[in-house]
Design a protein around this ligand. Structure first.
Ligand code: BGC
Length: 458
């Protein structure tokens, strides 16, 4: 598709969040603790000692948040369900008050003409299941499928698009290999095992959906395209390893039924052999793949960087976000084309895309009392990346919609409240919400089906 930047009718414009990052009240009304509740309350784990105890207080303020989405003209909302809110021990006993929360949210969205898109697992594993080995215990695939079946039974029909897992790579790299995220392990032997059981759990949850589910189910992965820093054989090999580890480790099994060969090289003796039946379970037909895209990576060989032996190279003169990620919209077009070509043109959604840039803790107030947050860098980021999506669609990618990350400033995991990704500003002292300039710009893009991408963003 060339200019003007109009998107086809039916293209869905939305925003995304995750339970532990926004809800607050993690133990309210009979909910059980998750691993993030535990991790956040472990001294030294979170920047500034921040926790999700209050977060955006969305558990209590969800009506206001739905009203804000409606005001911006958003058509869909991708949220995640906290497993331990509905099953406090992870399995067995149901917490009906927790289930009611998600039923009310879904009904509230539908009443406002907003499609709910539910993610079953966005990192907050029930702590009771972690006590039984968490993602290292092969039985977790059955536990996850039981939980998934409960949610389908209650919400399918009202929720018409489901995602099993959000970013299994981050769960294993952050949670089991490098330890910066819950449950905070640092173990080369555990990471591939956790990955495999995440994927088996995805497969079983898709199977469970096919038993009665009437709509769509898929998986959400984060893709960070890797570009070699030079043509040297070492850099090219490092780039392949990094790509296999981060990008192909999950999509190859899901679409092709096998792991990339380079993973054996990355993990060495820690790489297990898995039975072929597991690979069949993982390779279930899915209705869409969700792509989360934030940045790219220029990669060079680095023997000291364990276990990948690859390291990123900073690009002088390029713009970086507050999380240190290069702004590189072309990488999104490249990613979407790569998925199309490698995996047989699956239906895709951009399930997350956005940026943390500095915004003040308080919105500006003019003499009339109107509040404003000026965030031109975020607006420019959105423009560049939506143009990149448009280009990929023009080159034949089947893309059903775009979800900005994030609706609200929220808890950026172990970085606490120090990084703001929202198009809506949250004053964490008062919980006052203020749509930033980027939200107004996004609303214009949505209302014009993309045509507003043509001009400037003020
Ligand atoms: C995650 C979000 C996170 C965002 C920014 C993604 O990895 O799905 O939960 O806040 O990126 O880091």
């Amino acid at each position: 598709m060339s200019k003007p930047y109009t998107f086809p009718p039916g293209f869905i414009w939305g925003s995304a969040t995750a339970a532990y990052q926004i809800e607050g009240s993690p133990l309210a009304d009979g909910a059980g603790p998750s691993i993030w509740q535990r991790f956040a309350h472990t001294p030294g784990r979170m920047l500034n000692g921040d926790t999700g105890d209050v977060a955006c207080d969305h558990y209590n303020r969800w009506r206001e948040d739905v009203a804000l989405m409606k005001q911006l003209g958003l058509q869909a909302y991708r949220f995640s369900i906290s497993w331990s809110r509905v099953l406090p021990e992870g399995r067995g006993r149901i917490n009906h008050k927790g289930l009611d929360f998600y039923e009310r949210l879904v009904d509230g969205l539908l009443e406002n003409g907003i499609q709910p898109v539910a993610t079953l697992f966005h990192w907050d594993l029930p702590a009771a299941l972690d006590d039984r080995g968490g993602w290292l215990n092969p039985d977790i695939a059955d536990w996850f499928a039981e939980y998934a079946a409960l949610m389908y039974q209650r919400l399918d029909g009202r929720v018409r698009r489901w995602a099993t897992l959000n970013e299994p790579w981050v769960v294993t790299d952050g949670g089991y290999l490098h330890g910066a995220l819950a449950p905070g392990h640092r173990n080369r032997f555990e990471a591939p095992i956790a990955s495999h059981h995440l994927l088996r759990s995805h497969g079983k949850a898709v199977q469970a959906y096919r038993a009665n589910g009437k709509h769509e189910i898929g998986i959400v992965v984060n893709i960070e395209p890797k570009y070699p820093a030079s043509d040297s054989p070492e850099d090219l090999a490092a780039t392949k390893r990094a790509d296999a580890y981060m990008n192909r480790q999950y999509l190859d099994p899901v679409f092709l039924g096998s792991y990339p060969d380079e993973l054996r090289e990355v993990f060495g003796e820690a790489w297990p052999d898995w039975p072929p039946a597991d690979m069949d379970l993982i390779r279930q037909p899915i209705d869409f793949v969700g792509i989360n895209y934030y940045t790219r990576n220029v990669t060079r060989h680095d023997a000291s960087n364990w276990p990948l032996r690859a390291a990123p190279v900073k690009q002088p003169m390029h713009t970086y976000t507050e999380t240190g990620w290069e702004v590189f919209p072309q990488g999104l077009t490249d990613t979407l084309l790569w998925v199309k070509q490698r995996y047989g043109n699956p239906r895709m959604f951009i399930t997350e895309n956005g940026a943390a840039f500095f915004d003040p803790p308080k919105a500006e107030t003019d003499p009339s009392g109107a509040r404003r947050v000026r965030d031109p860098l975020r607006a420019s980021y959105l423009r560049g990346h939506l143009r990149a999506v448009h280009a990929a669609m023009g080159a034949g990618c089947d893309i059903g919609g775009y979800f900005v990350w994030s609706l609200l400033d929220n808890l950026e995991w172990s970085l606490g409240y120090s990084k703001r990704f929202g198009v809506i500003h949250v004053d964490f002292e008062t919980q006052v919400r203020t749509p930033k300039d980027s939200a107004r710009y996004y609303a214009k893009i949505v209302a014009s089906h993309g045509a507003a991408l043509e001009g400037g963003y003020d």
